[in-house]
Write a protein that binds this ligand. Sequence first.
Ligand code: SF4
Ligand code: SF4
Length: 101
Amino acid sequence: MASFSVTLPSGEIWTPRFVAELNQEKCIGCARCVRVCAREVLALVGVTEDGDIISIDPDSDEDEEYEKKVMTIAHKENCVGCEACSKVCPKKCYTHAAAEL
Ligand code: SF4
Ligand code: SF4
C-alpha cells in the first residue's frame, strides 16, 4: 500500500510519519517533546497516588498534588508528522507511522 508523501520545494519527497503511540511506561515526564511540538498535539498530565489524571502546567513546579508526570497524546489529529518529539525524547517513547493512501 502507498504512503502519503509531499514534494518539498527542493524537489525532495518527504513522507510524514505521524505520531502513533507513546509508551507511558518509559516516559519520565521531562516535557522536552511538548516544548518542541508546534501543533499542540501533546499534553503533560499528572498522575495522582490513586491513578487519577490531573492537568498541570509544564512550566510550573508548584503543583505537587500528583505522584508523577506523564505525557499524553491529546490531539493526534493536529500532528503533521515532523518527528521533532521523537528526536528530543531521551527515553524513545514514541512510535510513528506514515499515513496509508
Ligand atoms: S510528530 Fe511533530 S507535530 Fe506530531 S506530535 Fe511530534 S512534534 Fe508534534
Ligand atoms: S520527551 Fe519522552 S520522556 Fe520526556 S515527557 Fe516526552 S515522551 Fe516523556
